[in-house]
Design a protein around this ligand. Structure first.
Ligand SMILES: Nc1ncnc2c1ncn2[C@@H]1O[C@H](COP(=O)(O)OP(=O)(O)OP(=O)(O)O)[C@@H](O)[C@H]1O
Ligand SMILES: [Mg+2]
Length: 166
């Protein structure tokens, strides 16, 4: 990976992370997988909710902590399904869980967002780099987060980070 494959920027509020999520949704295409890494309360679900909203989900999206994955029908730019995975409670994945996650990540018309993606590293490495993005959230203080990005969508994120008002 080269330096141009990574970017990091600060968001100063949940609203700003939401704005970022709305932008990111415009860059998503069917088959994209975004791994979200960061501690409790770092902003992963805030981002997922923003993307879901931007893709047209009209009800509040909740983290699927106890069922591993929920899927939402969406519409736009060849994306029909938003898969929301939360690996917080993942210990050892069963074969069925692995198969379900792999299937989700291979759906050509789905976007898959994975909270606590660092808990399933071997599954993520199967996704081609052209479809895989990683976002790592660091808590700086109550309202401030550093978001570090690498992978497929880094170029368009760089444009967003440069273009936003400072
Ligand atoms: N800059 C920011 N970006 C995102 N969230 C922020 C920011 N500043 C404050 N917050 C707050 O931090 C919290 C983030 O919660 P969220 O549910 O998104 O965390 P999470 O990373 O999904 O945690 P968990 O692993 O527990 O699910 C929210 O209450 C949100 O309002
Ligand atoms: Mg969450």
């Amino acid at each position: 990976m080269t330096a141009t494959d990574t970017i990091s920027f600060i968001t100063h509020s949940a609203k700003e992370t939401t704005d970022f999520g709305h932008f990111l949704a415009t860059s998503l295409r069917g088959g994209h997988v975004i791994g979200l890494i960061g501690g409790l309360g770092s902003g992963k679900t805030v981002l997922v909710k923003a993307i879901a909203q931007a893709l047209g989900v009209r009800y509040p999206v909740k983290s699927p902590t106890f069922v591993l994955m929920t899927s939402h029908y969406v519409h736009g730019r060849g994306i029909l399904l938003l898969n929301h995975v939360d690996c917080y409670r993942v210990g050892r994945l069963t074969l069925t869980d692995c198969a379900a996650l792999r299937e989700a990540m291979e759906m050509p018309h789905a976007v898959t967002l994975i909270e606590w993606a660092d808990r399933i590293p071997s599954l993520l490495t199967h996704i081609p780099k052209t479809r895989r993005t990683l976002l790592t959230f660091d808590v700086i203080d109550t309202r401030t987060r550093r978001i570090a990005a690498s992978g497929a969508l880094t170029g368009s994120m760089r444009k967003w980070a440069k273009a936003r008002p400072s």
